[in-house]
Design a protein around this ligand. Sequence first.
Ligand code: GAP
Length: 458
Amino acid sequence: MAKKQEDLMQKIVSFCKRRGFIYPSSEIYGGFANSYSYGPYGTELKNNLKRLWWKKFVQDRVDMVGIDGPILLNPRLWEASGHTSGFNDTMVDCKGCKKRFRADHLIEAATSLDLEGDIARMAKALKEKKINCPECGQTNWTEPRNLNLMFTTTMNGVEGPVYLRPETAGAIFVDFKNVIDSMRVKIPFGIAQIGKAFRNEIVAGNFIFRLREFEQMEIEYFIDPEAKWEKLFDWWLKEEEEFALALGADKKDLRRFEHPKEKLSHYSRKTVDIEYNFPFGFSELYGLAHRGDFDLSQHAKASGQDLSYFDQINNRKYLPHVLEPTFGVDRSILVALCTAYHEEEVEGEIRTVLKFPPALAPVKIAVFPLLKNKAELVVKAKEIFDLLKDKYFCEFDDNGNVGKRYRRQDEIGTPYCVTIDFDTLEDKMVTVRDRDSMKQERVAVAELVNYFNNKFSN
Ligand code: GAP
């Protein structure tokens, strides 16, 4: 990682803890396996991000419905989908320091060879290329072996292992029949879902980039198998990019990576990742895959149920094909943080400011009485707070001088601060200060809700 970018990552990690965005989890017990908690501001940010996604992809569209399925599903689903047999990564241990690595990542970092999925070539490369352990420098490796990434648990009354879903998609496919039977959907249409997924990653890391417990926002978009899909596929890629831009990402930091034909799963016609230039380099942010009718036909076979769709207009019955746009919530949060984080020099001092798009900002408006020991100012400020909090997530702050309060709000990305001073009591106007321009203007209290409605609708 280049020095400047490494610094940015470290700054973001410590900033997130200090300002209540993201904490290392179980910290009082010494932490736990690279897991994180979203703190109060992080939770608001995450909720705003998911709301933005849901609005764009469900609420604003007539061809999309949403569901919220369980994490624990019938284990037969994961057999049918191929996860129990094939959802593996290859691991290798250093015999010297006992540290464990993902074999393909280790080899790629040392040689630029991408051997993902090819265990024989990985074994050969580890021997022949004399790859050093990044931890202790030795070249003494165990044989690489596959590790299934699904977490298992047990359930009362159920024989054998039960899995924590490794992707949200499975819950969508098993409810496909319920959706077509209960809703008036017509192909093409999509089913969307946001929720937790779990993967027993060999190495988690890069903050919230690779977690073992994370959230996904996924869509299964069902199409006629005879339809021309190429344009639609490209359109979905643009939608994914558009969502990343709405989080604040710069166009130049986004690129597409098409999976080479020889590496595609047998059922996939095309898979493209949207990659983002994270501080540690370009890595997968979102994905889009044409999965054919693989999932529905597998589940139809394994369950014995008819999962076909009847097209009334054309009097045809078929198993729909599927385009699957998939988005990681935590990686989206990391993009929003990396792009929003700025340090600027203002009057000889460094101000840290998160320039979030307003829709993402955890706090939309902060309300300050100029002085906390003047009851008339505090009462008026509380009135203004009550006026605004109904529609906007607001924070009341009367601690320290106003300059310091501005800095605190800049740090967490609050787009506007409202100050109530002695003039307010006479002229019924308040000072509104803009986070990015730092400009201030007087606005009539009677106009304040309208003023913010206009600001936040832009
Ligand atoms: N249903 C398709 C699917 O799950 P994927 O590429 O394995 O595809 C989709 O995952 C998205 O989920 C990724 O693009 C990424 O944003 C997110 N994701 C996957 N593994 C993750 C992990 N270990 N930690 C955080 N996010 C992850």
